[in-house]
Design a protein around this ligand. Sequence first.
Ligand code: AKG
Ligand code: FE2
Length: 468
Amino acid sequence: MGVEIVGQIEKINCKELSYGDFAENYLAKNQPVVISGLTDDWRSREDWVSENGLPNLHFFATHFGKSRVQVADCERREFTDQKRLEMSVTEFIKQWTDDSIEDSGKDDKKNSVLYLKDWHFVKEYTDYTAYQTPPLFSDDWLNMYLDSYQMHEDRDHFQKYDQIACSDYRFVYMGGKGSWTPLHADVFRSYSWSANVCGRKRWLLLPPPQSHLVYDRYMKNCIYNIFEEVNETKFPGFKETTWLECIQEPGDVIFVPSGWHHQVHNLEDTVSINHNWLNAYNLSCVWDLLWRDYKDTEESIEDIRDISDDFEDLCQRNLAANTGMNLNDFFIFMSRFSLGNMVLLETYSEKDKSLNSCLSSMAHNLLLNLSTIQKIMMMMISAGGVTAKDVYLDLREAVEDPQFLRLVRDMGRTYAMIHKEEENLVLFSKEMLSKMTGFADQKMQICSPKDLVEMIDRYNTCSSHLLA
Ligand SMILES: O=C(O)CCC(=O)C(=O)O
Ligand SMILES: [Fe+2]
């Protein structure tokens, strides 16, 4: 049973692609594309690449050698993923180069292919700017949010885990020819973008309407390697799947849309940078997954419902540990992000009013964000998604928090860049708060998705001048 490839992923030069076209044709339609020309001025494409086009391992060893990283052994499966080892970058490079020497020897068989994955490089080396996120991929709520907040608030249980695994979703990957990533869809059903600093990758992508075909009949187990003999009894749908393919060249960036399963092979020694991200265009995919995972989690521990003190809390803990975010986290994330959008709209509408201009593309974006969050919160309400009683956002506290100011400034800078507008200084007064949110002074708390829906409603009504 072979892999049926029915098309190549479209390739385009960034000069022929405006932000509006990218949003309309790829983000909104959830279609993949490979874009060239986005990485030409990246420092990593100088520093990390030798003259012969191979990774500059000496540079990595001397500058970043001490970092502790996760390394997958591509030859060994462990549950649904490859076996992971932890080591330093120096150790990884040593093992990699030792393996290559053995490899070129006469009949030495190679017994491991190592692949450094999920290295939180940006968080670790804040003073070294290896690259800039291209504006096309900058409307990234996930990483913007995580630069200011942790995903799980004040839950001791998650503190340690959080600091490493959930600190952000910006990664460096590095592996020799033959290293690969098994079939999967990305965390949270987020988008990803991935740039080859050097080397080449082969990507195989499956459109979401066919996702069910790579799972067993219970929708629990996913095919691991589409190029291995796939058990037809277990995965009867596989023979009907049709794949898109592309060869990603050095410097190319691939946009992987939400929920597309993909398998990836390094055709040469390769270093790549990849981000997971989400925004208004794929928020409903993220919500769908979160809700499905929540129901699965609940079902998986149903038998201890009657004997557990706080069953709901247990579900949320398990959801956070398995999916990386639970319903409480999602609700607080959306609440803070909504408030941030409103503060920015206020900041920028002052300018718009004085210019008497029509609605800027930036304001459009911010209003779209708010209405999308509102829709998702309504979905959360109708699904019966509840948040814990002690999980709420106090608006007065929120706006006084320096982390909130940081979030709003990052958002302002990002949207100004995307829409090529002048950056405004965010000036925020507490007096703006009740006007903006419509909350009476005594309340000032968003305690449920319903509160958030109503706050956005009130804001839309009182800010109708923006739409005039
Ligand atoms: O490059 C790889 O090996 C995997 C990357 C990936 O899965 C992604 O960018 O979503
Ligand atoms: Fe992926």
